[in-house]
Write a protein that binds this ligand. Structure first.
Ligand SMILES: [Zn+2]
Length: 345
């Protein structure tokens, strides 16, 4: 896939394409930004652009105004499959870290001309997992980079890299991918139903990976549970009954196979769905454009809830859901969190 086909990050793609076209690409770059926004994909597209056997003419009006990778030649396909001899991808091993021997092997190889491509590209994915000795080994190479090699450090946690490494490598900061582009990716590349795609994209915080987690049938189920809870809590002042609704929210029916971790994930999925419903309620309550609703298919149902959820209540509810999700990701008990939330919304 060429840089031109990637969604989002247009300024970064333009910058990289221009640098390649002018033969001014730095020998080392840090690609940083939130998880799941496509940093590794951009690194691979760059590797394709550097080694494609049949560069295509720039697309008129496209974001990449320079010859781009074709995405279909032998080199492009081998790079996409991770088997191109000159494009080395180094990831954390079973220990969770990238050890010095992996770096040494790549660095030794990088000293020679590429075998078949034009440029050797070494991609460190989760580069923050490079152990310090490995970073130091890399540093020596970065000080005198071999002319035909490019090192790409992909990480969402650049602060964990040694300052000496960071000072050698310009940083490209990725932001989140816009909601409509995430929805488009889900529909066109992953065949998710358009309604579910939009709902999942809206709750994904700019992360394609997170949207994919939620863009499945699981998400639709989670949204149904969330909608039931919202209806129950709408006009229910009785704390005891509110807690029952909370129990229902947390109540992933445990089969013998389902673990505590699965229950936690189910609850997080339901809460994310609940968050999108509360955000939509704010839009509807404020008389906003219904085309902006993440759950546009539930517009009628949301309107029915309006008398119970004014902007303030929806806003407070949304903030509570965010807190609840944060607590769950930090290992709080799903039951405690669900109880607390049922009393807040
Ligand atoms: Zn190609």
């Amino acid at each position: 896939m060429g840089l031109g086909q990637i969604k989002g990050h247009a300024p970064i793609r333009r910058l990289l394409a221009r640098a390649v076209a002018r033969d001014a690409l730095p020998p080392c770059l840090v690609l940083t930004g939130p998880d799941g926004v496509g940093k590794r994909r951009v690194a691979l597209a760059l590797a394709e652009m550097l080694n494609c056997e049949a560069l295509t003419a720039p697309e008129a009006g496209g974001p990449v105004a320079f010859p781009d990778a074709c995405g279909v030649c032998g080199a492009c396909r081998r790079i996409a499959r991770g088997v191109h001899v000159d494009v080395i991808i180094i990831e954390p091993g079973e220990t969770g870290s990238i050890r010095i021997d992996a770096v040494r092997a790549a660095v030794d190889q990088a000293a020679f001309r590429p075998f078949e491509g034009r440029r050797r590209v070494v991609i460190f994915d989760d580069a923050d997992r490079l152990v310090p000795e490995a970073q130091n080994a890399l540093l020596k190479t970065l000080e005198e980079p071999p002319s035909a090699s490019v090192f790409l450090l992909v990480t969402s946690r650049p602060h964990l890299l040694l300052a000496t490494v960071r000072s050698r490598c310009p940083e490209l900061r990725f932001g989140g991918v816009p909601t409509d582009e995430i929805a488009d990716i889900l529909v066109t590349r992953h065949h998710v139903d358009p309604t579910a795609a939009l709902a999942a994209a809206a709750s994904a915080d700019g992360s394609v990976a997170r949207a994919l987690e939620t863009g499945s049938g699981d998400f639709i189920q989670a949204r149904e549970s969330a909608a039931v809870v919202l209806r129950t809590l709408a006009a229910e002042p009785n704390p005891k009954r509110r807690l029952e609704a909370g129990k229902e929210l947390a109540g992933a029916r445990r089969t013998s196979r389902s673990s505590a971790a699965a229950a936690r994930e189910t609850l997080i999925r339901r809460l994310r769905a609940l968050g999108t419903l509360l955000r939509d309620l704010q839009v509807v309550a404020a008389g906003g454009d219904r085309a902006c609703l993440a759950n546009a298919d539930l517009a009628a149902e949301l309107t029915e809830l309006l008398p119970s959820y004014d902007t303030d209540r929806a806003l407070r509810g949304f903030a509570s859901v965010e807190r609840a999700v944060n607590a769950l990701t930090r290992n709080a008990s799903p039951k405690v969190v669900a109880d607390w939330l049922a009393l807040q919304i």
